[in-house]
Design a protein. Structure first.
Length: 336
């Protein structure tokens, strides 16, 4: 047990997903007991298979928007359960909304019954297509509540509302993190997000798909940095009574990201431009002042470093024999 902490019983909803499975790993490494609850909507057994025989790990297959199965008491509950990729959350928008609202409420009720501390994975999407840049937590956002992204954005906004209402009435010690674009090993190769799309396309020698001009920006956080931030927010003594942004402030256009991938995977096909999806945010970068002050947290893995293990992971997944070309330090310096 690290830091002399007591062993905790922790629920990770969405624990078989990309971020959730890394969080399960980290909690088990710290010596806690972990129950992973997942419906496998977008997660995979492969992400948690290595944990199956761990004596402190239990897998429960259930949907958080339905009545929860009996699981016993918890000290902490992390709610990461939600499809996160635009094509996946738009595939069944009503279910996405129910997951974010009814599912979050079900988990908050469970937390209230157990006296568990609660961490809600919200998103930079609550800022919509932002008119303030970079985005601090007190920016109220610019979300189209009737567009195709609304099922996710508005569900996450309502999820935050529920957390702060449970907190205000004193029934749950709830904490809300607004996660900015996060990437790394165990993203689903086919879930449609930019990092996984570009890398898998490049490794297969296919064209790189760029929506719109590619001049829209995102800020990419490596998963290890993010998980460290989630743990810090759950463990901070005084409950922050406001959301906390977690993300890497390094901002890149999609064209720049494609160039970085192409430099590392020279087999990539040509760039093809496709229509920009409706309501696609034009820019995004976190203001992480609050996370630095409250948690002493900031990311340490720059994009050029985090791309290496991510590309290596997808190469293995796709069975691509030739490992990607590793850039020389000189090439890395020129590309930043
Ligand atoms: P992911 O799709 O890999 O993981 C989500 C997990 O939740 C999957 O295992 C899925 O099967 C499960 N799930 C979905 N709906 C469920 C339901 N109704 N009941 C039970 N399980 C359900 O996505 P991720 O990137 O790991 O995202 C994890 C969380 O972080 C999500 O809540 C997402 O909204 C949030 N987030 C992620 C990012 C990012 O860039 N990765 C950015 C902002 C917010
Ligand atoms: N995007 C792209 N090509 C792709 C997938 C995504 O150009 O194959 C763009 C998308 O339009 C958006 C950005 O990349 O501007 C990030 O998309 P992603 O789906 O990863 O995340 P989000 O839009 O939720 O930030």
């Amino acid at each position: 047990m690290s830091n002399g902490d007591k062993k905790k019983r922790v629920l990770v909803a969405g624990g078989a997903g990309f971020i959730g499975s890394h969080l399960c790993d980290a909690l088990l490494r710290q010596g806690h007991e972990v129950v992973c609850l997942d419906s496998f909507l977008t997660g995979s057994h492969q992400n948690v298979d290595p944990l199956e025989n761990h004596p402190d790990f239990t897998l429960v297959e259930a949907d958080i928007s339905q009545t929860l199965p009996p699981m016993g008491r918890f000290d902490e509950i992390y709610n990461l359960a939600s499809a996160a990729s635009p094509p996946r959350y738009q595939a069944d928008p009503v279910h996405t909304m129910m997951t974010g609202v009814v599912g979050t409420n079900n988990l908050l009720e469970l937390a209230a019954r157990c006296g568990a501390r609660f961490l809600q994975a919200s998103t930079s999407e609550v800022y919509g297509d932002p008119q303030v840049h970079p985005q601090p937590e007190d920016y109220l956002g610019n979300v189209n509540c009737t567009g195709p992204r609304a099922c996710y954005d508005e569900a996450k906004r309502a999820g935050e509302t529920l957390c702060f209402d449970y907190l205000r009435r004193g029934s749950v010690d709830a904490r809300v993190v607004r996660i900015f674009n996060t990437y790394g090993p165990r993203m689903q190769a086919d879930d449609g997000r930019i990092v996984s799309n570009l890398i898998t396309q490049a490794l297969k020698g296919e064209p790189l798909t760029i929506y719109g001009t590619g001049e829209q920006t995102r800020s990419f956080c490596y998963v290890d940095d993010l998980v460290r931030g989630l743990l810090a927010l759950m463990n901070v003594g005084e409950t922050p009574r406001s959301p906390v942004n977690l993300g890497n402030p390094g901002e890149f256009t999609i064209n720049e990201l494609a160039r970085l991938v192409r430099e590392r995977v020279p087999a990539a096909g040509p760039t093809v431009h496709m229509p920009l999806p409706q309501d696609d945010p034009q820019k995004r970068r976190p203001d992480i002042t609050r996370a630095k002050e409250l948690l002493g947290w900031e990311p340490v893995v720059p994009l050029v470093e985090g791309l290496e293990p991510t590309i290596a992971y997808f190469a293995l997944e796709l069975g691509v024999e030739a490992m990607p070309k590793m850039p020389t330090p000189d090439e890395v310096r020129k590309s930043v």
